[in-house]
Design a protein around this ligand. Structure first.
Ligand code: SF4
Length: 357
């Protein structure tokens, strides 16, 4: 299958999800109504996909119970071999105080995502992002350091499929960045694997030094929407920080971590005008920040649940334009890790894309 057809199939799967036929070794998280959860699988050896489970999808993953082979069936494709990425080995395991380990950190394709905070400070103030599944949650609490430490020890001993770590979660309260840094430090002390953190701009740029100082190698500070008028209506909290402050923080991070892709920023495609998104790509790339495109997914229960998702053909055009802009600034459309492309508008078209060993 050529690149554009493979990308179109990936986009269709991200938009429509997949139906399941057979018994699949997946945990209950796969059924959550969420931007990042679903069933994780691979097609064409290196196209990683996390698709929502949807019985009405035109695509079905079928499992042959005799030999356990899995095939993707659906519109316009011949049966296509797929490889399931089963749940982590810590799914169902309890910590010493009885907490389920999957509630401390979630396994996705090749990494574990650990939230420093569950819940978001913006949603507490009715300023949450209207596309986000936590936008209705009005509580925020810390993920405890002793839990994270215990999870890390378990993973490092038992789960060799974890190749790196992502530290993210809701935006901390202004006084809560110390806890975020402490979480980064606990993760770093327990592993020699790469660590990537996803943050909003902190009130003090010195927080960036501290996050990097405890061992985080990659940072993502996500603009999400470039159109500031629209962002005021869709993501009031992030908008209040201001796009100027986002760029100041990204530029500061580039000074610390370089302009080769260690500093990234996600833009959502499908809410704002496509030209706004591409202008955002240009503004990031010219500062040495790697753009990552995420396809808008209307999540049930969010204020944008009835929004239409973008069209596949439009997304392919945006992908091509974004690639060209990145190349102009000697960058590549991110993420470079193939396994982290599971829910992004990216396809591994060159040898710049890799897998962590
Ligand atoms: S800042 Fe992040 S966690 Fe908070 S509402 Fe927006 S997308 Fe969700």
């Amino acid at each position: 299958m050529d690149t554009k057809k493979a990308l179109a199939l990936k986009i269709d799967l991200l938009i429509n999800g997949v139906a399941l036929n057979g018994r699949f070794d997946i945990g209950s998280r796969a059924f959550l109504n969420s931007i990042s959860e679903g069933i994780h699988f691979v097609i064409f050896d290196d196209i990683y996909i996390t698709a929502s489970i949807n019985n009405e999808s035109p695509y079905t993953l079928c499992k042959n119970e005799t030999d356990n082979d899995i095939f993707l069936l659906g519109k316009g494709i011949s049966p296509l071999k797929a490889e399931l990425i089963p749940e982590s080995k810590y799914f169902g395991v309890k910590s010493s105080d009885g907490t389920m380990m999957e509630n401390i950190g979630t396994f996705q394709t090749d990494r574990v995502r650990i939230s420093a905070y569950k819940g978001c400070n913006f949603t507490m103030n009715n300023e949450g992002c209207k596309f986000c599944e936590v936008s209705h949650i009005k509580t925020q609490h810390k993920n405890r350091l002793e839990h994270i430490s215990e999870l890390m020890k378990y993973i490092e001993q038992h789960e060799d499929r974890v190749k790196h770590y992502l530290i993210s979660g809701g935006t901390p309260p202004d006084y809560g960045w110390k806890h975020f840094i402490d979480v980064c430090e606990v993760v770093s002390k327990n592993t020699s694997k790469p660590i990537y953190a996803m943050i909003s701009p902190p009130p003090d740029l010195n927080v960036i030094n501290q996050i990097v100082g405890v061992g985080v190698q990659d940072l993502s500070i996500n603009i999400e929407l470039f159109n500031t008028e629209l962002s005021r209506r869709i993501m009031a909290g992030k908008n209040r920080i201001g796009i100027k402050r986002y760029f100041e923080t990204l530029e500061y991070a580039v000074k610390l971590l370089g302009n080769k892709g260690s500093v990234k920023s996600i833009l959502i495609v499908g809410i704002e005008n496509y030209n706004d998104t591409l202008n955002g790509v240009e503004e990031l790339a010219k500062r040495g920040v790697m753009p990552i495109l995420s396809i808008f997914k209307p999540i049930k229960g969010t204020p944008l649940e009835n929004f239409h998702h973008p069209k596949t053909d439009d997304l392919i055009t945006i992908w091509e334009s974004a690639q060209r802009i990145c190349e102009k600034y000697s960058l590549t459309l991110g993420p470079l890790c193939k396994c982290c492309q599971n829910n992004t508008l990216t396809i591994p078209i060159s040898d710049k894309y890799f897998k962590y060993e």
